[in-house]
Ligand binder design. Structure first.
Ligand SMILES: O=C(O)CCC(=O)C(=O)O
Length: 294
C-alpha cells in the first residue's frame, strides 16, 4: 500500500517511491527511515529541513575563488568524479584512490584528523553534527539517533561537506558498502539489509547537480554493465528503468535508500558549484537506534 504522500513516477520497470514534504509537515513521515528499510519507500525530500540562510551563507563562502579550507580530493585521478571533501580524506566509500576503501584504522584516524576542518566552516552557534542529529530524529520513529562509534570509542566522521565544481558529477552507483574492511565493526552493529544516505544542500548548481534515482536495485541479477564488467551501463539503465529526478535548494534534505537504489548526481555545468553535507545512516540490529556516519 503506497504511503499517502507518495508520488509514484511513471514506470518502465518498477518505480521509484519518492515523497516530497515541507519540514513543517513531517508528522505523517516520522517513521520514514524504517519505511525505507522495509522497502516501502526509496526517497524522502524534506524542504527547509535546515535553516536555509545559515547553510546558503556557508555554501557561498566555500565556493568563493581562492577559498581553500582544506579540501581533500580522493577521486582526483578521475577528473569528472573529482569531488572535494571536508571532514575526512578517507571517505567511507570506495574512491578512485582506493577502490576497496581504506582500512578501518586509516578511516578512523582521518576522521579524527579532519573533523575540525568541517566544523570550522560553520559560524559559532551552529553545531552541524547536533543539527543533523535533531533533523534525522524527526524520521527515526522515536528512536535515538547517534553518531557511530568504533569499539575503542573513536568516532566515525558524522558528516562530510562535499563540493562538486563545474564539470564534476557522481557516476551511477549504489552504496551497499558493508563488505568493505572499514565497515567490519559497523556491519556487526547495524541492520545490514540496507544503508540510507542523508544529504543536505548548502549551495545549488545552476546547471546540473540533480540527484537521479533509478528503480534498478543492487540485488537485481541482470543490471546492465559495460564491457569492463565493472561499471554500470548508464544508457541501458536509463532505457530500461524508471528514474526520479530530485532538485534541491539550500536547507533542503533528502534521505535515499542508497544501499538498494542505483543513483547518480548530474554533471555540474558552469559555476556555481554544488555543495552539500551528508553521510549515511542505518538502524542498529535491534532496530532501537539510528546510527549515522560519513
Ligand atoms: O550528493 C548526493 O546527492 C548523493 C551522494 C551519493 O551519491 C550518496 O550518498 O550515495
Amino acid at each position: 500500500m503506497p504511503h499517502p504522500h507518495t508520488r509514484v513516477a511513471s514506470s518502465v520497470r518498477g518505480s521509484v517511491r519518492c515523497i516530497d514534504v515541507d519540514a513543517g509537515d513531517c508528522a505523517a513521515v516520522g517513521n520514514a527511515i524504517e519505511d525505507m528499510y522495509d522497502d516501502a519507500l526509496d526517497v524522502i525530500v524534506v524542504r527547509g529541513a535546515f535553516d536555509a540562510a545559515v547553510l546558503a551563507e556557508v555554501g557561498e563562502r566555500l565556493d568563493r575563488d581562492g577559498n581553500d579550507p582544506g579540501w581533500s580530493r580522493p577521486n582526483e585521478k578521475m577528473p569528472v568524479e573529482d569531488v572535494q571533501l571536508l571532514g575526512t580524506d578517507t571517505p567511507a566509500t570506495p574512491t578512485f584512490r582506493s577502490p576497496r576503501g581504506e582500512s578501518l584504522d586509516a578511516y578512523l584516524s582521518s576522521a579524527a584528523a579532519h573533523a575540525s576542518e568541517a566544523a570550522a566552516v560553520f559560524n559559532v552557534g551552529f553545531d552541524a553534527a547536533h543539527e543533523i542529529r535533531a533533523v534525522l530524529a524527526r524520521f527515526s520513529g522515536a528512536r535515538a539517533v547517534e553518531a557511530a562509534r568504533a569499539r575503542d570509542g573513536r568516532g566515525y566522521a558524522p558528516y562530510t561537506i562535499r563540493r562538486l565544481a563545474d564539470g564534476r558529477q557522481i557516476g551511477v552507483h549504489h552504496d551497499y558498502h558493508y563488505r568493505l574492511d572499514l565497515y567490519r565493526e559497523l556491519a556487526e552493529q547495524v541492520d545490514t539489509r540496507t544503508l540510507i544516505s542523508y544529504v543536505a544542500t548548502l549551495r545549488s548548481a545552476r546547471g546540473g547537480g540533480e540527484l537521479l534515482v533509478y528503480s534498478a536495485t543492487s540485488d537485481a541479477p541482470d543490471l546492465p554493465k559495460l564491457p569492463n564488467g565493472y561499471s554500470y551501463d548508464l544508457a541501458a539503465i536509463e532505457a530500461r528503468y524508471d528514474c526520479a529526478c530530485v532538485a534541491t535548494d539550500p536547507g533542503d534534505l533528502f534521505l535515499l535508500a542508497s544501499g538498494r537504489c542505483l543513483h547518480r548526481v548530474e554533471r555540474i555545468a558552469g559555476p556555481p558549484s554544488r555543495i552539500t553535507m551528508g553521510g549515511f545512516l542505518a538502524l542498529d540490529k535491534p532496530r532501537e537506534r539510528v546510527l549515522f556516519w560519513s
